[in-house]
Design a protein around this ligand. Structure first.
Ligand code: HEC
Length: 184
């Protein structure tokens, strides 16, 4: 093979490579791949009114007023349900404040009244207005503590079931030398 032939072959290889590169540049300019802006898929937004999955259930069953629920409440079941409060609250007479204030005698008592407990500013404000823990207030607070007193330091999600709350409140009512009268 003389050098002329070698040059031809080298030239052919070089030419092919250049052509391939050229095609690469050219085609990526034609079909420029677009980088994804956000990972994942766009999900349809179901939160808007008009139903569909994920829409709020139409009008949750109306709750009976606490006065009515108390009439059929069960103190024993309330005591059992109140175990979920016991990590923060004591229920015995002369109980000590823990993470939450002692709860003996809380029904019908003034809000934020346990001596020595450092209540949140939000609860102190309600106490300052002279509010009491009547049955409606307890029911609302135990259902959704932060919904009833935004800014409360009671870190508890709440008890959703209306009958369970009534049982707990009936139990709380029993924790007194003279239980408060039942609502009429
Ligand atoms: C994670 C701890 C925690 C749990 C669990 C908890 N609480 Fe509380 N609770 C608190 C704290 C803290 C406060 C004081 C709130 C404030 O100052 O805003 C409080 C306040 C209260 C008060 C107001 C007392 C007063 O002296 O004004 C009531 C009533 C009450 N809790 C009932 C309950 C009941 C009933 C349960 C269970 C169903 C429960 N709590 C579960 C921490 C807790």
């Amino acid at each position: 093979m003389d050098s002329n032939e070698v040059n031809k072959i080298a030239g052919a290889i070089l030419g092919t490579l250049t052509l391939a590169m050229g095609i690469g540049f050219f085609s990526s300019a034609l079909v420029a791949p677009k980088a994804m802006q956000k990972a994942g898929y766009e999900l349809p937004d179901n939160t808007a009114a008009g139903g569909g999955q994920g829409a709020a259930p139409a009008a949750a069953a109306a709750e009976e007023p606490i006065a009515k629920r108390l009439a059929s409440a069960d103190v024993g079941k309330g005591e059992a349900a109140a175990k979920k409060c016991a990590s923060c609250h004591q229920f015995v007479k002369d109980g000590k404040n823990g993470q939450g204030p002692a709860l003996w005698g809380v029904v019908a008592n003034a809000k934020g009244a346990k001596a020595g407990f450092n209540y949140s500013a939000a609860l102190k404000e309600r106490a300052g207005k002279g509010e009491k823990w009547d049955y409606e207030a307890l029911d609302a607070f135990i259902k959704n503590p932060k919904g009833y007193i935004s800014g409360t330091s009671m870190g508890f999600a709440g008890v959703a079931r209306p009958d369970e709350r009534a049982n707990i409140i009936a139990y709380l009512r029993s924790l007194a030398d003279q239980p408060a009268p039942l609502p009429q």
